[in-house]
Write a new protein. Structure first.
Length: 484
C-alpha cells in the first residue's frame, strides 16, 4: 500500500513525539526513584538516630536493659513508633494495633523480634521489622539469633560509653506500603500524562501534516493545469518561507509559459502573414498570365522572379533567425579589429547612401587601435544590417552618423539617423522578431522585421548588447556595445 506524504509526515511526527515522551518518562521515573529513595533513606537514618537516642535514655533511666528486656511489647511499640516514647505510651500495653497485626504471619503476641511476617510483606520488611537490640557485649536482647550475622551494628552510647548496639538487618530502601504505593501512583500518573501528551501530539501532528501538505496539493493541481495548457493558473503566495518562494517561482514559470505560448501563436500568425503576402502576389500574377490578362513576356517573368527572390530572402531570414535563437549559428572567433570592419562596411555602402541622397558620416573617437575576440563575418553582417536598416528607413536628403568610442573596457558604436523617428512606445519592442512599426505591416517600407532581431542575437553571442532610443538627428539611435 502506497502511503501519501501526509501520512508519512504524520508517522514521522508521531514517532518523534513517542520517542521523546518515552525518554521523558524514563528520565522522570529514574529521577523520582532516585530522589524519593534518597529522601526515604535520610528519613530512616533519622529514625535510626532517634531510636538510638531514646534507647540511650531508657538505659540511663532504668540503669540497664533488664526492664526493657522483660517488656517485649514496649520494645515493639518503640521500634514501630521510631523511638517516640510519648507515642508509644499512648498505646495501651495490652493492645495490638491493627497495622501490626495485619503484617504478621502469626498475629499472636510476638516473643521474637522481628516477628515472622506474611509472605507478601516478608520480601520488603519495613524499618521497624529490621532492627535488633544487643547489650554492650553484643549479646542478643531482642532479635532472631539465626540472622545475627546479617545485621549492621550501630553503637548506643551514654556519656561516651558504649552501653549497647542497635542492629539493622538489610532491606530495601522503600519498604513501607505507603511509600511503594506513592511511587506506583506517581508512575501511573506519569504514564497517563504521557498517553495524553501522545494523543495531543497525534492531533497536532495530523493538523500540521494537513497544513504542510495543503500547499503541495495546490502545486500538484497547478502542475496539472499547466500540463493541460492552462497557463493562467496561479498559486497564491501565503508565506515568506521556502514554500512561498516555490509558489512565487511557480507563478513566474506559468507567466513565462504564457508569454512563450502567446509569442508562439504570434510567431505562427506573423510567419503565415509574411509568407501569404508574396505567395498571393505570385498567385495573382500567375492567374493573370493563365487567363491571358497579362502577356507572358520578359517583363512578367522578371516580376515573378523578383517575387521569388523576395520570398527566398524571407525564408533565408527565418532560417537565419531560427539558427541564431537556437545558438546554432557558426561563430569562429579570433582576435579582430572591430573598427576596421566598421570602416570597410561604411566605405562599401557609401555609394548606396549617395544613391538615396543620404549623407553617411563615420566618426572614430577611440584614438587607438582595438582588438576584440569576435567572428569577423558575423560582426561585418551586424554592421551591414544596422547600416542597411538606416539606409532603408531614412528619408531622402537625410543624414546618418556612425560614432565609435571607448568607455573603460567596452566599445560603444552608435548609429544615428534622421527622420522619420520611432515613437517611444515602439522602442522596447523594436528588436522583437517580425515586429514593425507600421500597423498595416505594409511591405512598402521594408522587410519582415527580422533584421534587428538577428542583429541582437549576434551582439549577445559576442557578449555585447543592442539598445534603441530617439536620435538627436530626428530619427533612430541604435547603440551597439561590445567588450574589449
Amino acid at each position: 500500500m502506497r502511503l501519501s506524504i501526509r501520512y508519512k509526515l504524520l508517522l514521522v511526527l508521531l514517532f518523534t513525539t513517542a520517542l521523546l515522551v518515552t525518554i521523558m518518562l524514563a528520565f522522570t521515573n529514574w529521577s523520582l526513584q532516585r530522589g524519593f529513595t534518597g529522601f526515604v533513606e535520610q528519613t530512616q537514618q533519622a529514625r535510626l538516630q532517634n531510636l538510638i537516642s531514646q534507647l540511650a535514655e531508657i538505659h540511663d533511666e532504668e540503669d540497664g536493659w533488664q526492664q526493657l528486656a522483660s517488656r517485649p511489647r514496649r520494645w515493639a511499640r518503640l521500634v514501630l513508633t521510631g523511638g517516640d516514647e510519648r507515642y508509644a505510651e499512648a498505646h495501651q500495653p495490652g493492645s495490638m494495633r491493627f497495622p501490626l497485626r495485619s503484617r504478621l504471619a502469626d498475629p499472636g503476641t510476638p516473643r521474637l523480634w522481628p516477628p515472622r511476617l506474611r509472605e507478601d510483606i516478608g520480601s520488603r520488611p519495613p524499618f521497624a521489622f529490621r532492627v535488633m537490640l544487643f547489650d554492650a557485649d553484643k549479646s542478643l536482647i531482642f532479635g532472631r539469633p539465626e540472622r545475627v550475622d546479617e545485621v549492621t551494628f550501630h553503637p548506643i552510647r551514654h556519656e561516651d560509653e558504649v552501653v549497647g548496639y542497635l542492629g539493622l538487618l538489610p532491606g530495601p530502601a522503600l519498604s513501607q506500603a505507603g511509600e511503594v504505593r506513592f511511587l506506583e501512583h506517581q508512575r501511573g500518573a506519569f504514564i497517563l500524562i504521557g498517553a495524553v501528551m501522545l494523543l495531543l501530539s497525534a492531533l497536532v501532528a495530523l493538523f500540521l501534516a494537513g497544513r504542510l501538505v495543503q500547499p503541495l496539493r495546490a502545486f500538484t493541481e497547478g502542475a496539472r493545469q499547466l500540463a493541460a495548457g492552462n497557463y493562467a493558473t496561479r498559486i497564491p503566495v501565503r508565506s515568506g518561507d521556502e514554500l512561498g518562494q516555490l509558489a512565487q517561482d511557480f507563478n513566474e514559470l506559468a507567466e513565462a509559459l504564457a508569454q512563450n505560448e502567446s509569442q508562439r501563436r504570434q510567431w505562427v500568425a506573423d510567419i503565415s502573414h509574411e509568407l501569404r503576402t508574396p505567395l498571393a502576389v505570385m498567385r495573382g500574377e500567375l492567374e493573370a498570365l493563365q487567363d491571358g490578362v497579362r502577356p507572358l513576356n520578359e517583363r512578367a517573368v522578371a516580376s515573378l522572379h523578383a517575387d521569388v527572390l523576395r520570398l527566398t530572402r524571407l525564408v533565408d531570414d527565418l532560417y537565419e533567425l531560427s539558427r541564431s535563437d537556437l545558438g546554432a549559428l557558426d561563430y569562429h572567433k579570433v582576435p579582430t579589429d572591430p573598427l576596421g570592419l566598421l570602416s570597410d562596411a561604411v566605405v562599401g555602402l557609401q555609394e548606396a547612401f549617395r544613391g538615396k541622397e543620404l549623407e553617411l558620416v563615420y566618426d572614430d573617437r577611440t584614438g587607438a587601435a582595438l582588438q576584440i575576440q569576435a567572428d569577423p563575418d558575423r560582426l561585418s553582417q551586424l554592421y551591414r544590417n544596422l547600416l542597411g536598416n538606416s539606409l532603408h528607413y531614412t528619408d531622402a536628403g537625410g543624414r546618418v552618423e556612425v560614432r565609435a568610442q571607448r568607455e573603460d573596457d567596452r566599445l560603444q558604436i552608435d548609429f544615428l539617423d534622421s527622420a522619420p523617428g520611432v515613437a517611444p512606445e515602439h522602442l522596447p519592442r523594436l528588436f522583437d522578431r517580425l515586429y514593425r512599426v507600421e500597423p498595416s505591416r505594409s511591405r512598402e517600407h521594408g522587410g519582415a522585421g527580422l533584421g534587428l532581431t538577428i542583429c541582437r542575437n549576434i551582439a549577445e553571442a559576442h557578449g555585447g548588447s543592442l539598445s534603441a532610443r530617439p536620435s538627436p538627428l530626428g530619427g533612430l539611435w541604435i547603440r551597439l556595445t561590445l567588450p574589449v
